[in-house]
Design a protein around this ligand. Structure first.
Ligand code: PAF
Length: 284
């Protein structure tokens, strides 16, 4: 496995590659990332993992400075997971002045985007740059960042990028907590409390599968349940998988998404579900 720090080295390393599989990360890797690397390796070679804490996607009051950086440990994990190339550029290397941003559809200002203005423009900008630099045939993103994945797939479609988008399932701790680099911020007490987010989404899903259809009420009650347990809730939202908008009554393929804070740490999670079509067993 080779570690590349410069755009010129990346271009050279990939000059003859036609089947590159890219996994874009911000480092501080955990088992969830490694499963994306393995998924990438089942589709293309070389497997390229980028490690770049992207300043463009952090708000002024967010955790850019304290975001954990652990390049050496990350490289050891990546080597063991079968990664071929690591691209870990500096901010100066990635963002020569003047800055140009991707412009996103209004959906980017809803859900997480409503609480993190400009976040998804920062994500799509850096991912578009990585796509242009690496020209991958495959790119892997996790479903944990559901809205991010949705917007990135839209960008690929809209800009006719010749990239196959692969989706990795969310890795979870045995107690249900979704794997995230930000879990490292949690105190022992908060870590014990953190699975409540997933449990709340599961409870909401159960109520839907049991036949409840007052979506606003379900969202409000789930949000209130988290607040009562000490979370500061950004949102709990039920959306259509198709367009991430509030679902029309006939819509069957849904996703419940949530973002909430424990202390200074913001966690997100989501669960897909399909409502039963009359006469068929529910798919969960
Ligand atoms: O999901 C992430 O870790 C980041 O948003 C990404 C896709 C690597 C862009 O910086």
């Amino acid at each position: 496995m080779r570690l590349l720090r410069h755009v010129a080295d990346l271009r050279l390393a990939l000059a003859a590659a036609t089947d590159t599989a890219l996994v874009a990360t911000m480092g501080n890797l955990h088992a969830g990332h490694l499963s994306l690397v393995e998924l990438a390796g089942r589709h293309g070679r070389p497997v390229l993992t980028s490690i770049f804490v992207n300043p463009l996607q952090f708000g002024a009051d967010e955790d850019f400075d304290r975001y954990p950086r652990s390049l050496e440990a990350d490289c050891r994990l990546l080597q063991a997971a079968g990664c071929d190339l690591v691209f870990a550029p500096t901010v100066q290397e990635m963002y020569p002045e003047p800055q140009t941003y991707a412009v996103l559809p209004p959906l980017a200002d809803t859900l997480c985007g409503a609480f993190r203005p400009g976040h998804f423009a920062g994500v799509c900008t850096v991912v578009l740059k990585l796509f242009n630099l690496a020209r991958p045939r495959y790119a892997v993103f996790g479903k944990k960042d559901y809205q991010q994945l949705f917007l990135l797939k839209g960008m690929v479609r809209q800009f006719n990028l010749p990239i196959v988008m692969l989706e990795g399932e969310t890795g979870r701790e045995p107690d249900g907590l979704a794997l995230s680099s930000r879990n490292a911020y949690l105190s022992a007490t908060q870590r014990a409390q953190a699975p409540q987010l997933h449990a709340t989404l599961r409870a909401l899903r159960q109520r839907l599968l049991a036949g409840e259809r007052d979506y606003t009420r379900l969202e409000t009650e789930a949000s209130e349940a988290l607040s009562r347990q000490g979370w500061r809730v950004d949102y709990v939202a039920l959306r259509s998988q198709r367009n991430l908008l509030p679902p029309a009554p006939e819509e069957k393929d849904l996703v419940v998404l949530a973002a909430a804070h424990l202390g200074r740490t913001r966690l997100i999670d989501n669960l897909e579900l399909s409502l039963p079509v009359c006469g068929r067993a529910p798919r969960v």
